[in-house]
Design a protein around this ligand. Structure first.
Ligand code: FRU
Length: 492
């Protein structure tokens, strides 16, 4: 794999221009998100021989700004214990593992071994946890000779370790999912682990298997109240079908997570944000999230040829008070703004049921932003073939919907285009709120009220969208303040 791209690369049909995608072949979950010595690492589930899922490796890319990425050689290859499934990475600053030295603390990757042979034989103990270390900031990796470090006593789905330094217990904590619940394990050295607790058998959504956990503290904005947030991906069972990410707000005492949350809550209501987790050791305590922009319902069928799938834009997670409760917000990092080309803002006023047409060469690499108090409007992006993406805010139903049923190529898999995706909008502030829409060549991300309500979806228009129709669907006049349509620079 080349580590430096030339400008001819990354120009294929549907190639995302400001989202991370592998140069070639199949990718799924982000793995090993860790910041060390000025470098943000992005490892990912990777199959280098095909554009469908296969024996998993960890692909690798690095960034210094979380905008531009450099491709690196494959970090982890399958071995006698199995494929390398999802996991995380930490900087073992005090060399607690003994895998580095005091002067060269190791980067330690923690992952699931998936023994495909064992699975075929009908065993239930085919997923175990292993570790590997790097002494050159992620360039080369050595597997630990004592692998696996956690075996399996017969849990069929036992995977996706997220490890972090636990300041409360002064130990390492590993989160693991075990079918329908979370397990929490602690360790002093990243090698010998003790199971401490479980969470979730009777809480949250259970329409599918639990995957890719994450747990971290956040301070509720404007207060000094700290709460812990647990992310759990679930497949199937997401609100709009297939794969999705739920979250719980609660407390963690160093060994046990608890939450009195009653309802299911979703980080993103779109169909294409899965297996997302956050960075370890990010500067300034930032909580940076990246998700895989696809869905197991149709991930293997999307119409790209050289590579398959991309990551969401990196997003900052925060907790805010919304009405009587706290909510998890996710919104692009501040510096994403530097990719947005400045363009004039204007005000759009629409009388009852009026609409306005805006033309552009293409809307497929564009940020659309505005502020409004309106609750009843529709935005349609269209091309000459009358393919369209429709975004609708419906104040009466308190519902935002994303309709990609006629957005372009949809017939590669029934589940892709067979329904309109819905997002209940229950507690927007009374006053003006922001809407930001990021369109790339094969995706749309919608952020309402700076990440309170979010939808992410893949799209495959046969031609670029050239028309944007903004429609007032109410009987009252409405204003869109600071309406801005701006190109987004390519990161490749
Ligand atoms: C989530 C997932 C993980 C697993 C990986 C395998 O998308 O199913 O649970 O570790 O993908 O590639």
């Amino acid at each position: 794999m080349k580590s430096v791209l030339t400008s001819e690369d990354y120009k294929e049909a549907y190639r995302p221009q400001y989202h991370f995608s592998p140069q070639d072949k199949w990718m799924n979950d982000p793995n090993g998100l860790v910041y060390h010595q000025g470098i943000y690492h992005l490892f990912y589930q990777y199959y280098p021989d095909d554009i469908v899922w296969g024996p998993m490796h960890w692909g690798h890319a690095t960034s210094t700004d979380m905008l531009h990425w450099t491709h690196k050689p494959i970090a982890l290859f399958p071995d006698k214990h199995g494929y390398i499934f999802s996991g995380s990475a930490v900087v073992d600053r005090n060399n607690t593992s003994g895998l580095g030295t005091a002067d060269t603390p190791p980067l330690v990757a923690v992952f699931t071994y998936h023994d495909a042979e064992g699975e075929k034989e009908g065993r239930t103990d085919f997923q175990t946890q292993g570790i590997a270390y790097s002494l050159d900031n992620g360039d080369t990796w050595t597997k630990h000779e004592g692998n696996p470090v956690i075996g399996n006593e017969g849990i069929k789905d036992f995977r996706d370790p997220k490890v972090f330094w636990n300041h409360i217990a002064e130990q390492w904590t590993m989160l693991l999912v075990a079918g329908d619940h979370l397990q929490i394990w602690n360790s002093h050295d990243l090698i010998r682990w003790k199971k401490e607790s479980e969470f979730g058998k009777e809480q949250g959504a259970h329409g599918g298997v639990w995957e890719c956990p994450d747990l971290f503290p956040l301070t509720v904005e404007g207060t000094d109240m700290e709460k812990w947030v647990l992310l759990i991906s679930i497949n199937p069972g997401a609100p709009n079908g297939g794969s999705g990410t739920q979250y719980f707000i609660g407390d963690f005492d160093g060994t046990t997570f608890s939450s009195d949350q009653k309802e299911d809550r979703w980080l993103d209501w779109g169909t294409d944000n899965y297996a997302g987790v956050t960075y370890n050791h990010a500067p300034k305590g930032d909580r940076i999230f990246i998700g895989w922009m696809s869905n197991w319902d149709y991930a293997r069928d999307t119409p790209t040829e050289r590579w398959r799938s991309a990551m969401t834009v990196p997003r900052n997670l925060s907790l805010k008070q919304t009405g009587k409760e706290y909510s998890l917000f996710n919104y692009p990092l501040k510096n994403f703004d530097t990719l947005i080309q400045k363009s004039p803002r204007r005000e759009i006023t629409l009388t009852a049921n009026e609409s306005e047409r805006i033309l552009s060469e293409n809307f497929n690499q564009t940020a659309i932003r505005f502020t409004t108090t309106a609750r009843d409007f529709e935005l349609s992006f269209k091309n000459k073939l009358n393919e369209h993406l429709r975004l609708t805010m419906d104040g009466d139903r308190k519902m935002f919907s994303l309709d990609r049923t006629q957005s372009g190529k949809t017939d590669f898999k029934e589940e892709f285009g067979n329904k309109v995706h819905q997002m209940p909008i229950e507690s927007l502030p009374d006053g003006p709120y922001e809407v930001m829409i990021l369109l790339d060549w094969s995706s749309v991300e919608v952020f309402i009220n700076q990440g309170q309500y979010v939808m992410t979806a893949q799209l495959f228009p046969s031609e670029p969208y050239e028309i944007l129709e903004v429609e007032n669907t109410s009987a009252k006049a409405m204003d869109f303040i600071d309406f801005e349509i701006s190109g987004i620079k390519s990161i490749w």
